[in-house]
Ligand binder design. Structure first.
Ligand code: GDP
Length: 296
């Protein structure tokens, strides 16, 4: 994760720290290198521009250049700007409501939605001691509901019994009443994916949201698709009230462009990242820690 960027920035910052005094020209040269490093990591261009402008303005200030350790000060400015870019105030889940809290999982086919649903159910059960029910609303892909049931057995989380022929909105209603009757704390709804963002999908998402009034609507996107992941998130944001994003396959993503652009472009926080195929491959996303990881 973020290896490319981390390596490039490491070089730039070693050079900065190695100098006793810094001129404005030194800072501008370093910022040109940071700019290239961000673009190589596949960060969206407008995000890079805003970032570089902000950091440059703060870093060429007299206070920084005349300080005893100007190089370190510049690195701190970059660190703070990075944390902000990643979504400084990001929270995990907002499910402190009268149970059941409803979490709707949305996303395109193959993004890792069903896997992430089961991983999240496991995390809520084991770490947060919640009583969790999962339900698959995917009636398009024949094996989808069974896939969730199988994962449910694996992570020892209950799934709503499958009733053939039921439509997504009806499954959502049934899941909600089962969760209420049986005293579940959290209901996870795994909605149907599609190959592309289309109107039928969005209408279905909205109808499900109407009947289930979710506390969280999490979009699952594949980090390996880079800026496409950000574009998909933008399309969803315009249509459904997303509360956050889960970026899957971060374990295979050396560049990190999707993670770095997501917050700024979509104004939605990354809440979790997928870090492997196994059921324990899900981590909360902490901007501070990620910035620390990138800057070494
Ligand atoms: P869905 O169509 O969106 O429900 O996608 P699935 O949940 O079926 O996942 C598609 C594939 O991606 C499966 O083989 C998963 O094991 C894999 N996958 C999901 N999340 C991750 C992740 O974070 N890392 C890795 N390496 N693979 C993942």
């Amino acid at each position: 994760m973020f290896e490319t960027l981390s390596e490039r920035l490491g070089g730039v910052f070693d050079r900065l720290r190695g100098r006793g005094a810094l001129s404005e020209a030194d800072v501008r040269t370093a910022m040109r290198e940071v700019r290239i490093a961000l673009l190589e990591a596949d960060v969206a261009l407008p995000v890079v521009r805003t970032f570089i402008d902000k950091v440059t303005e703060a870093a060429v200030g007299a206070q920084v250049l005349r300080s005893v350790t100007p190089g370190q000060q510049v690195v701190k400015i970059v660190h703070d700007a990075l944390v902000e870019m990643l979504g400084a105030d990001a929270s995990e889940l907002d499910i402190a409501v009268n149970p059941p809290a409803v979490i709707m999982m949305v996303g395109l086919q193959g993004s890792g939605k069903t896997t992430t649903t089961a991983k999240l159910a496991r995390r809520l059960t084991e770490r947060d001691r919640k009583k969790v029910l999962m339900a698959s609303l995917d009636v398009n892909r024949p094996a989808a509901q069974q896939q969730l049931a199988t994962l449910g057995e694996q992570v020892e989380v209950a799934t709503l019994p499958i009733v053939d022929g039921q439509q997504p909105v009806d499954i959502a209603r049934r899941a909600l009443s089962a969760a209420k009757l049986q005293g579940f704390d959290v209901l996870l709804l795994d909605t149907a994916g599609r190959l592309h963002v289309d109107q039928a999908l969005m209408d279905e998402m909205r109808a499900v949201a109407d009947v289930s009034a979710p506390q969280e609507v999490l979009l699952v996107v594949d980090a390996l698709t880079g800026q496409d992941a950000v574009n998909v998130a933008q399309s969803f944001t315009a249509q459904v009230p997303l509360t956050g994003v889960v970026l899957t396959r971060m374990d295979g993503d050396a560049r990190g462009g999707a993670a770095l652009s997501m917050r700024a472009v979509t104004e939605r926080p990354i809440k979790f990242i997928g870090t492997g195929e196994k059921m324990d491959g899900l981590e909360a996303f902490h901007p501070q820690r990620v910035a620390g990881r990138i800057l070494g």
